[in-house]
Design a protein around this ligand. Structure first.
Ligand code: SF4
Ligand code: SF4
Length: 363
C-alpha cells in the first residue's frame, strides 16, 4: 500500500478548501505562485494519490517547496498537518525511485569539521552524564558556539555537561525531511547507541530537538535520556549569575521548531532579558506567527533561492523594527539570516550573546 493512502481524507479536505491558509505560507509569499501554496502542494499530493497525476521527477521536485514551518497548520481551522503530508509524499517519491535530490546531499557526515574537535575539547568525556549534542552540521564545521556553551557552563559551575563522540553525529533531520526514511532510521539507531548512558542530552539545534523528541520515537529509537534544548538547560544556571548586560538594539527571531512545533516563546526571551540592558525587540511576526527564514525542512538544499528570499524577509522585519543585531536559538537559522543581512545587521546565535554577558570583559 502507498504511504499516501492513509492520508486520503486529509488530502481531500485541502483539495476542496478555498486555500484559506495561503497568506500564511512563506514559500508561497516569496515565490508568488499558487502551485506552492499549501493548498497547491497538498492538491498535487492528492492527484498523485488518486493516480490523476504521474509521479515524475519534475512532480517530485515540487514536493520540496516547503520548509515544514507549520504556519499553514497554525492558520488552518482544521489544523491540517501539511508538513507531515508533504514529508510523507517525499518519502513515497523516494520509495518509488523519484529522487530529484540525491541522498548524499542530506547526509552530513562528510561535512568539514572544525579542527577543535580533533584536538580534543577541554570538556570532552567518553561517557558524560549530561551530553552536549550540537545537532546541526554548521556547529560541527564551526564549533565556536559549542566552545562558548562549554565555557559558559564552566563559568556557571555546571560540572556535568561534556561532549562525547555522539556530539559529532548528524541526527539525520535532513534525511527525514527529504524522505530518506530507511537511512534516517539507521542514523537514529546509531545515534541512540552513541548517546550511551547519558541521563540528559542537551541539544543546541531546534530541528534536532524535534527529531530527537518527536521523530526518533516514531522509528522506535526514543532516547532513554531526558532531552533538553540548550535554552531550558541554561535558564536555571543563569539564576544568580553575575552578568555584564549587553547593550544595543537586539531583536529575537523565533525559530519555527521552537515556536510552532513546541510552543516555546518565553524561555528564550527570559534568557535574553537576563543578559540584555533592555528587553529584546519583537519583530512584526513573532511567536506562533513567526516568519520562517527558510533554514529548515532542507529548503536551503532543495530551493536555496527561495530560502534566501525568506531570510531576507526576516532581515527586513528586523531592520523595520530598529534592530542593530538579531539573535536566534536555532543554529539552522543563523547561516541564512547572516548571509541575507550582510553588513546591514549583525546576526548571532543567542549563545554568543549570553557568553558575552557572562564572560564580561574576557569575551
Ligand atoms: S491546510 Fe487547511 S486552510 Fe490550508 S488548504 Fe488545507 S484545509 Fe484549507
Ligand atoms: S509548512 Fe510552511 S512552507 Fe510548508 S506549506 Fe505550510 S506554510 Fe508553506
Amino acid at each position: 500500500m502507498s504511504r499516501l493512502s492513509p492520508l486520503h481524507d486529509a488530502l481531500t479536505l485541502c483539495t476542496f478548501c478555498p486555500s484559506l491558509c495561503h497568506h500564511a505560507c512563506p514559500v508561497a509569499a516569496v515565490e508568488g505562485r499558487d502551485t506552492v501554496t499549501p493548498w497547491g502542494l497538498v492538491s498535487l499530493v492528492h492527484h498523485i494519490e488518486t493516480g490523476s497525476v504521474r509521479l515524475t521527477d519534475d512532480v517530485a521536485h515540487t514536493l520540496y517547496r516547503c520548509s515544514g514551518c507549520r504556519a499553514c497548520t497554525e492558520a488552518c481551522l482544521h489544523g491540517q498537518d501539511v508538513e507531515g503530508i508533504l514529508f510523507t509524499a517525499r518519502a513515497e517519491a523516494v520509495a518509488r525511485g523519484r529522487r530529484p535530490h540525491a541522498r548524499e546531499r542530506f547526509q552530513h557526515d562528510q561535512a568539514p569539521r572544525d579542527p577543535w574537535w580533533e584536538t580534543g575539547p577541554a570538556r570532552f568525556h567518553p561517557d558524560p552524564t549530561v551530553l552536549l549534542l550540537p545537532g546541526h552540521r554548521d556547529l560541527v564545521s564551526d564549533a565556536t558556539a559549542v566552545r562558548k556553551t562549554l565555557r559558559l557552563c564552566e563559568r556557571l559551575d555546571e560540572a556535568e555537561l561534556a561532549c562525547a563522540d555522539a556530539s559529532l553525529l548528524d541526527v539525520g533531520y535532513d534525511l527525514w525531511a527529504a524522505g530518506y526514511r530507511d537511512e534516517f532510521a539507521l542514523r537514529a539507531e546509531r545515534l541512540r547507541q552513541a548517546v550511551g548512558d547519558a541521563a540528559v542530552v542537551v541539544v543546541m539545534s531546534a530541528e534536532a530537538l524535534y527529531a530527537l523528541k518527536v521523530i526518533y520515537p516514531q522509528v522506535n529509537q526514543a532516547l532513554a535520556a531526558q532531552v533538553l534544548h540548550v535554552s531550558d538547560f541554561l535558564l536555571p544556571l543563569l539564576s544568580g549569575a553575575v552578568v555584564s548586560r549587553v547593550g544595543g538594539a537586539v531583536g529575537y527571531h523565533d525559530s519555527c521548531h521552537l515556536a510552532r512545533h513546541f510552543g516555546v516563546f518565553d524561555v528564550p526571551r527570559e534568557l535574553l532579558r537576563r543578559v540584555l540592558e533592555r528587553p529584546p525587540i519583537e519583530l512584526r511576526q513573532r511567536e506562533a506567527d513567526t516568519f520562517c527564514c527558510g533554514g529548515t525542512g532542507c529548503l536551503g538544499i532543495t530551493a536555496p533561492q527561495t530560502a534566501a528570499a525568506m531570510s531576507e524577509e526576516v532581515v527586513q522585519m528586523a531592520l523595520e523594527a530598529g534592530c542593530e543585531r538579531l539573535v536566534t536559538f536555532a543554529p539552522e537559522c543563523v547561516g541564512g539570516l547572516r548571509a541575507a543581512a550582510g553588513e546591514r545587521l549583525r546576526v548571532d546565535g543567542a549563545i554568543t550573546l549570553i557568553d558575552e554577558a557572562v564572560a564580561g570583559d574576557e569575551a
